[in-house]
Design a protein around this ligand. Sequence first.
Ligand code: NAD
Length: 361
Amino acid sequence: MEKNIMILPGDGIGPEIINETVKILDYISFKYNLNIIYEYGDIGGIAIDKYGTPLKDDTLEKCKNSDAVLLGAVGGPKWDTTEPGKPRPEDALLKVRKELGLFANLRPVKIYKPLISTSTLKEEVLEGVDILVLRELTGGIYFGDRNRSSDEKGEYAFDTEKYYRFEIERIAKLGFKTARLRNKKVTSVDKANILESSRLWREAVNEIHKEFEDIELNHMYVDNASMQLIRNPKQFDVILTSNMFGDILSDETAMISGSIGLLPSASLREDSLGMYEPIHGSAPDIAGQGKANPVAQILSLAMLLRYSLNFISQADIIEKAVNNVLEKGYRTADIFYDKKNKLVSTSEMGNLVLNEIKSLN
Ligand code: NAD
């Protein structure tokens, strides 16, 4: 059956790293007869320049009708504006997530042995770390009622953490399903000792767990989780948590790995449609210089194959190839710390991964 991917390179280094990734997609698709059809679209600053809007309706429509979206990055100083009413590149990202109903954000963080020294944590703490932070993306305090007012004590402001049971249940289901593809353990993070919304969170997660008895579940308060991530990150497999706690913990987890250019992410909904992108931005400071690390983008393609298209073995091959290339000592500038390694450009890194994939078949 034909699979359709919408590719949105965006701004800055987006087109360069997408270029390297598409070489790999073309090869994998041809080699394994995957019947993947893809189409390009504009998003972000480039779309503002061409059409006056960061995301045209027909591009959005094509995303909705595809099996998955592969995004580079958007933004740059040219479009930085605080003028009300002026279009901003980032508006397009929020629009895609909202219109596609992508309620879950997945951020895997794996420690690559050859890069272990780039982290600020000790080697023995890091070895073997393989965590996936699963963050609820469309509910909670970022979307609840908020306002400012004043009373006899003075001015005040409030934000509201509100979760519906169905919102918790669907992300919990995805958490247990994802854990099944990994190391079969879910740590649900909340603040149930204080917050009523967290008590509902815990109740709903426990309820859904009854359908997934093969998966180990434990609960942890968010303050403890933030400590445990630094003390003993190996204890985690899938971290399941709310929008705000996930926002904070996913950045903490990303930093454990020590490099922003290596980390992919996915935003998903129930029927497996998803958007896949590196966690980094458009890096305008290095755009067009052949310095960008394409690995996070390439690993985003691996996630796309795994989670949206169910091509698990091909995803495994891409991930293994990246690991092997790093083990052989090839580094783009952002991870070139040791003179013993070999410094390579964006396209050299892409070709190295591609050739490694070819040799793994
Ligand atoms: P950034 O992630 O683009 O860059 C931070 C630093 O990391 C820079 O020094 C950059 O050169 C480096 N870097 C990032 N990705 C790299 C890669 N693949 N290889 C090598 N080095 C890399 O964050 P920023 O500088 O805060 O933001 C730049 C622009 O990107 C802004 O316009 C911002 O709004 C936008 N942004 C977009 C997204 C997105 O598209 N999802 C996310 C974050 C920021």
